[in-house]
Design a protein around this ligand. Structure first.
Ligand code: NAD
Length: 296
């Protein structure tokens, strides 16, 4: 299949590569030159613009930071990409954005004869590289079935959450829980270390006890515990603090509208906001442990 992939950063880069390795013809584009160079080095063609990338594409996958990037790309104040995508093509947006933005773009896509699903992911950069992501899809059964062969090349679990926007709602529920769990895990490890415990031993005890969670399994915030976690790489790469802050903000916005009670989500958002203001917005979100630990 001829695929355009737009947004080839920490997540989109390895996802585009997995589609390419599966034998698809992938043309990618990103505003960031380094992101383009990384993927080009693996053999993927890089277009000179998003407009160029979508020429003749049967499927378009996007992996962009936030709502404004997705809306700007596809709708762009009346000059968006939808006008240049072939009728009948399929758009898979895997960015984590507001459900209302997915619905707005989907409506415009439908009017232009283009299929659209929201398909945000979980699993981190490790999952993107390994092709084991979890996809949370919002859209019609028919559109999901068209997307499935591509999603299967990038992920191991594909869930149909409901109509357009439902994938995004599932994703912000998950990420609100992840944000809370990362703060809680950091707090517990920092407390143990302040009492002289070895972070590796403590983490293993909690992993196998009732406090076990994904951060303790795969993404320990303390340096030196999980070799491949961002904590062992100066908190570079991974999932940026500002992206977590965005997701916690989306969850709080949603809770305001639905009058849901999400007190811990609110506290977690405030902690990540303070961490970002302290200059750590581009570091992996597990670096939040720094604000809970005595610094040398
Ligand atoms: P990233 O910042 O590494 O990559 C995003 C890329 O989009 C950047 O390279 C940027 O230059 C590019 N971009 C922005 N606007 C563009 C445009 N108009 N045209 C072309 N390229 C454009 O971010 P990421 O970590 O890859 O995350 C992408 C999305 O996936 C976010 O919505 C994030 O919340 C979500 N997500 C991230 C992770 C993770 O672990 N990093 C996990 C699950 C979901």
């Amino acid at each position: 299949m001829k695929i355009a992939f737009i947004g080839i950063g920490n997540m989109g880069g390895p996802m585009a590569l997995n589609l390419y390795k599966a034998g698809h013809t992938v043309t990618a584009f990103d505003l960031n030159k380094d992101a383009c160079d990384n993927v080009r080095a693996e053999g993927v063609s890089i277009a000179s613009s998003a407009l160029d990338a979508v020429q003749g594409a049967e499927a378009i996958v996007t992996m962009l930071p936030a709502s404004q990037h997705v809306e700007g790309l596809f709708l762009g104040n009346g000059h968006g990409l939808l006008a240049s995508i072939a009728k009948g093509a399929l758009v898979i947006d895997s960015s984590t954005i507001a459900a209302a933005t997915s619905q707005k773009v989907a409506k415009a896509a439908e009017a232009a004869g283009i299929a659209f699903i929201d398909a945000p992911v979980s699993g981190g950069t490790g999952g993107a590289i390994a092709g084991t992501l979890t996809f949370m899809v919002g859209g019609s059964d028919a559109h999901l079935e068209r997307a499935r062969p591509l999603l299967e090349k990038m992920g191991a679990n594909i869930f149909h959450a409901g109509s357009v926007g439902a994938g995004q709602t599932a994703k912000i529920c998950n990420n609100m829980l992840l944000g809370i769990l990362m703060v809680g895990t950091s707090e517990a490890i920092a407390l143990g270390v302040a009492n002289g415990l070895d972070p590796k031993v403590l983490s293993e005890i909690m992993r196998r006890s009732s406090g076990g969670n994904w951060a303790l399994e795969k993404y320990n915030p303390f340096p030196g515990v999980h070799e491949n976690a961002p904590a062992c790489n100066g908190y570079a790469g991974g999932f940026g603090t500002d992206l977590m802050l965005k997701d916690l903000g989306l969850a709080q916005e949603n809770a305001m509208v639905t009058k849901a009670s999400t007190p811990l989500g609110g506290v977690a958002r405030a902690l990540y906001a303070a961490h970002s203001l302290a200059g750590h917005g581009s570091k992996d979100f597990s670096s939040v442990i720094k604000m809970l630990q005595k610094q040398a």
